[in-house]
Design a protein around this ligand. Structure first.
Ligand code: NAD
Length: 272
């Protein structure tokens, strides 16, 4: 039951009917006897500036998870953001400080790494490929470099995005080799699909983000991950699983990120 004393958190985006954060957070709040609830706010873009101003004065609102399409638009409207959010010009979580200041961060990459670590993957000195350099792919690439991968290959159908992310990563992480040259998958410890390819696929032989000939170079020791949440096992993951690779799904990444989001807002521990 929501009471006058109940504290609020939210997820803001548009649309929001499909998001899973409210049920995941609200279940955790109930299970841990927290008098906090998460609301899903479907916000029109025309109301974004008013929303940010309202958030500053909303005294029982602790913070918001941010989803599509507002991750970039909100990053430039906050009072301060983390170094990685400033570099990536994107936020997926906002904390409202007691004085009303709004602080942002992007923890998609950390959520991804939590899930990978839960599978026993340690990124230090490893070779990784990230396919798709949009919001989520950039955040994963940034976190992989922060965690010490020795070689990162980035790939996207947009040449400009690859160039821009490559420049950003090379200047922020001089100890990692960043390239866009992809001849084979054989030597990678980790291959990630961070593009939407495979979303809503209904068959295992549906679309994949790499050509079939390239997929056949996949090594059975490589951890193969996808960020797409539906279906849980995308055609890309189904192919990898058939080759004997360990796989990591989009829902695993989403679940592993709950603690990062809740901890940044101040409503859960980091590990939940
Ligand atoms: P985005 O639009 O910002 O980026 C997608 C990128 O993929 C673009 O740069 C695009 O050019 C590239 N791309 C498209 N087709 C490609 C192909 N065939 N090969 C290489 N690159 C290709 O989108 P986003 O916000 O980064 O989201 C990507 C996916 O991540 C979506 O499916 C989203 O639902 C999912 N997502 C998952 C989680 C999670 O926790 N699992 C969290 C957020 C988003």
């Amino acid at each position: 039951m929501i009471q006058g004393s109940t504290e609020l958190v939210a997820i803001v985006g548009s649309p929001v009917a499909q998001v899973k954060s409210p049920e995941n957070f609200n279940r955790w709040f109930v299970d841990h006897q927290q008098n906090i609830v998460m609301l899903a706010i479907d916000l029109a873009q025309t109301a974004l500036d008013d929303f940010v101003q309202t958030l500053r004065g909303w005294q029982n609102m602790r913070g918001c998870v941010v989803t599509v399409p507002y991750k970039q638009m909100l990053a430039s409207r906050l009072d301060s953001v983390s170094e990685r959010s400033a570099a990536l010009r994107s936020v997926n979580v906002i904390r409202r400080e007691p004085d009303g200041r709004l602080v942002g961060d992007i923890v998609d990459g950390e959520g991804f790494l939590n899930a990978a670590r839960q599978q026993g993957f340690n990124p230090k000195n490893k070779q990784a490929l990230v396919i798709g350099t949009g919001g989520v792919g950039s955040a994963i690439a940034y976190s992989l470099c922060q965690a010490g991968v020795s070689h990162l290959v980035i790939s996207d159908i947009s040449h400009e995005r690859v160039e821009a992310l490559g420049d950003l990563l090379r200047s922020a992480f001089p100890n990692s080799v960043i390239s866009a040259c992809l001849a084979s998958l054989e030597h990678f410890d980790l291959v990630v699909n961070a593009s939407p390819v495979g979303m809503s696929a209904t068959r295992d032989d549906g679309p994949m983000p790499l050509p079939a000939a390239m997929m056949k170079t996949l090594n059975a020791k490589t951890l193969v991950a996808d960020v797409v949440t539906s279906p849980t096992v995308t055609p890309f993951l189904a192919f990898a699983r058939n080759r004997g690779c360990p796989i990591q799904t989009g829902p695993q990444m989403a679940l592993a990120q709950l603690g990062n989001l809740g901890h940044f807002i101040g409503v859960t521990p980091l590990e939940i």
